[in-house]
Design a protein around this ligand. Sequence first.
Ligand code: ADP
Length: 627
Amino acid sequence: MNKTAQPQPETREFQAEVKKILDIVINSLYTEREIFLRELISNSADALERFRHQNLTTKDVTDPDLSLEITVTVDKDNHVLTVTDTGIGMDRGELEANLGTIAHSGTRTFLSQLAEGTKDVNLIGQFGVGFYAAFMVASKVTVQSRSFRPDDPGHIWESDGSGTFTITPAQNARRGTTITLKLKEDAKEFADPERIKRIVKQYSSFVPFPIAVDGEAVNTVQALWTKSKNEITAEEYTEFYKYVANAFDEPLLKLHFDTDAPLAIKALLFVPRENFEHFGLGRMEPGVNLYCQRVLIEQRSKTILPEWLRFLKGVIDSEDLPLNISRQALQDSSLVRKINSVVSKRFLKHLEETAKNDAEAYETFWTTFGGFLKEGVVSDFTHRESLGKLLRFESSRTESGKLISLAEYVGRMAEGQKDIYYIHGPNREAIEAGPYTEAFRKRDLEIIYTMEPIDDFVMGHLQEFDGKKLVSADRADLELPDAKDAKEQDTPREDDLTTEAATDLAAWMKQVLGESVKEVKESKRLEDSPAMIVNPDAHVTSSMERIMRAAGSTQGTIPASPKTLEINPRHALIKGLAGLRQKDETFARTVAEQIFDNAMIQAGLLIESRNMVERTYRILERTVTQG
Ligand code: ADP
């Protein structure tokens, strides 16, 4: 039907998530609208870096002689703004996929939080929605792009943000991308070249390519990390951080270093103020870019640092890397592994120094990012020892909320104390009210409180610190130094069970409890509680077991690995039980079962509550009817 030579636009729908973003961007965001420019320029800079790297390996590219730069033009009269780059460009498929869908998994969560008003629009760039920020100021956005691939003729993408976009083949396109914004009525302020220059200077001064606004150069291209420290001001560091991290605040910590041996490395790393994984936005992408002599080799590199350092932002530059190294080669490269190790070590040393010199900053760091270091202990053998020094915990000697290091613990260990003790519980109060800390209080021994689910795994992997074993207080074979006032306290009172009677009672309880326990035995360490659960397996604490069970393997009321039940022959309940057994064995069995269940609860191990509640009623009923 259509005989004109003009290529017809093809219309496509935006993906549902994109529609949602566009709706928010167009209808709800009125503050800080100027960030749209930062987002577009940062996309252009990425495109230029990707082209530069591509061009090292592929010589057959469109427009090989174009200089790598970003050009902004402002048409004051018609209220039109353009941003042009000579970067890698997008072919038809890429235009459709990149500017019509969102790949990022955290975006959905982000969107709902944004809709609820709990999230700041400033975060928009963090979630791969940067380009759509253009619709904050534009009623129509046109993207002309031509890929570096010689077979791509170039295309024009266009949309008013209302649900669909069109794609049309372009005529005479150059390599790279031009984004044209038809400014909205209420966004005409951005048609002012001076304003645009100010915005570029403020947000994009570290873009490593020349940026010109209406022909005037506005940034000074520099790779900040290659300058020496004393030539860099605090503001420049902060600005650079904002640029690489896509952030709006100041970094929490900064590490800038330069080494020649064993490898030539320049690194500028930042710890942000916020941990985005805390927001339930899923796993963070790594944030450090790998350069070789200022040429970007890999953005947000997955290989240059260990996974548990994914919260770091910044740049690592090594001139020892071959410039044209491929992605695959990066993964297999022993050089990359060496850089990884050198930089990680240096960063951990920096954390140690921070802990020493600026305790407050370290504490803030620990509260926000400590979880990543714990992940490191569990997942990364190479740095385990240095990570051990950076761990912080509460203990029986700290006030609630105050933290100590393992080194502090060791520094004040009691005479004769060989091991470092810890015990897990949901919180301080529960731990201190439970049976496990009694023996420690009596002996005046410090005990670390592990209160996060991962903690016992961390201790289990660390195994020892400074030559001292890390020992969980719920271990069956725990050996504590003798209590100072042991003699006096341990003198049996007249009615205490004799060893013989206690052994006899224990054997009977084992028979009552059957397979649910491995062993019942007299406790040497219980003071005020009648009984407690301890672990015959030295490698698995009750906390670890609970997590593993929750993760799905075993179900039901019986623990995966039967426990040992320790009973306290000095406790009135246990003494009474020995007597009851002679008078009314049936009821004594009921009491024995209840003691076991209570001990299981205190160990944090799930038990099936139905039987237990029913049993408690039976016991209570007897108390009220006989009392
Ligand atoms: P992000 O940049 O965070 O990935 P955007 O929504 O800003 O998210 O952009 C989506 C994708 O579109 C980019 O990842 C990139 O692949 C592509 N893109 C955007 N702008 C350009 C450009 N100027 N040149 C080439 N590709 C671009």
